[in-house]
Ligand binder design. Structure first.
Ligand code: SAM
Ligand code: SF4
Ligand code: SF4
Length: 345
């Protein structure tokens, strides 16, 4: 997929292409690498409803972004399927058109627990792409990673339902944490071979301030690939587009494709064209940003499209983030990073 030239770029000449929208900061799982139960248990204070952007507000912001060259909208969270009536928002977003008349790519990342019930309505509403997170095939591993009573079969049923209604492409995201689920790499690859579904292994990242991240818990993309290659020989394949975060590999025997996302050991900041809209309407220009630019207040003060567009343009024009490239510099470590569930994964 090639991109037409973008009208504007940030300080490192990166175009704005991709808007991720967090629909809720809540989740029905408590993945230890994202929302650990000790912190996000029953007493954690989630945002009150009035602070969430409404669907009308999200649609308006998304429309302005699409007018500025954004091609891809990804609904995330927290768990996006917990947002009541999410299909209504998808219907609105699916109607947006890029300035060249093309439709937008409308994607969702979900933990899949509620997907079996929702797949048909999501498809009917106009969702085009789907990523389902799944960190293991054994219930014991799934429980260790997600710290919940949900089952692997509920997620697999969700994936099957999504395939049955024709949602495509479907990808599976797997975060690998050393000593917890590395043994699931080969079973996951085996399970999804010849299925048309692409499993992408993600290095455990130091996002947020609560997951107790340590470098020795990261299993590198190199190590993940070596393990797979020993069992299933792979060959590298070209990126679909510039800025694609997953490196693509194909089974040499025609069994399909896998991906690895070296978010720690192979920073991809130089191509990063993503911006995030938090649940309460703040713009974050990096997953590791500590401050967001508020859009909710100007939205609710009935500011014009022109004013909002200038705010977005200025935010992007000033962007210089490249946290992953600088991660090893001790001086960079911000004391408090924003949680992924709030900012939109
Ligand atoms: N709840 C949905 C889900 O899990 O798919 C959407 C939100 S979740 C924050 C989005 C993605 O971020 C998931 O694929 C999850 O595995 C990934 N993620 C969360 N915390 C992470 C971390 N510390 N390192 C790497 N990936 C992470
Ligand atoms: Fe929830 Fe997704 Fe975070 Fe897991 S990764 S706790 S499913 S938001
Ligand atoms: Fe983009 Fe920030 Fe991640 Fe670098 S660290 S790839 S700039 S989100």
């Amino acid at each position: 997929m090639s991109h037409p030239p973008s009208p504007f770029v940030d300080t490192l000449l990166r175009p704005l292409r991709d808007l991720r929208i967090s629909l809720t900061d809540r989740c029905n799982l408590r993945c230890t690498y994202c929302m650990p139960r000790e912190v996000f248990g029953k007493d954690f204070v989630f945002l009150p409803r009035a602070q969430l952007l409404s669907f009308e507000e999200i649609e308006r912001v998304a429309r302005l972004f699409v007018g500025l060259g954004v091609r891809k909208l990804r609904l995330s969270g927290g768990e996006p399927l917990l947002r009541h009536g999410v299909e209504r928002l998808i219907e609105k977003l699916a109607k947006l058109q890029c300035p060249d008349g093309q439709g937008v790519e409308l994607a969702m990342t979900t933990n899949g627990v509620l997907l079996a019930k929702k797949a048909q309505t999501l498809k009917d509403a106009g969702l085009t792409r789907l990523t389902v997170s799944l960190d293991g095939l054994a219930d014991a591993t799934f429980k260790l990673m997600s710290d919940s009573a949900a089952t692997v079969s509920s997620v697999l049923d969700g994936i099957a339902a999504a395939q049955a209604v024709g949602l495509a492409p479907i990808k599976v995201n797997t975060v690998i944490k050393r000593g917890v689920n590395e043994h699931e790499i080969i079973p996951l690859v085996r399970h999804f071979r010849h299925s048309g579904i692409i499993v992408r292994f993600i290095e455990f990242m130091d996002v947020g301030s609560t997951n107790g991240w340590e470098m020795d818990q990261v299993v590198s993309a190199r190590e993940i690939l070596d393990r797979i290659n020993q069992e299933y020989p792979l060959q590298a394949i070209a990126a679909n587009y510039s800025g694609e975060v997953a490196k693509r590999w194909a089974h040499q025997d025609g069994g399909g494709e896998i991906g690895v996302i070296a978010s720690v050991t192979g920073a991809f900041c130089s191509d990063c064209s993503r911006i995030r809209l938090s649940t309460d309407g703040k713009l974050y220009t990096c997953l590791f940003a500590t401050h967001g630019v508020d859009l909710r207040d100007p939205l609710r003060r009935q500011c014009s499209d022109g004013t909002l567009t200038r705010l977005i343009e200025n935010t992007w024009a000033q962007r210089s983030d490249r946290y992953s490239q600088l991660r090893r510099a001790a001086t960079l470590r911000p004391s408090r990073k924003i949680e992924m569930s709030y900012i939109g994964g």
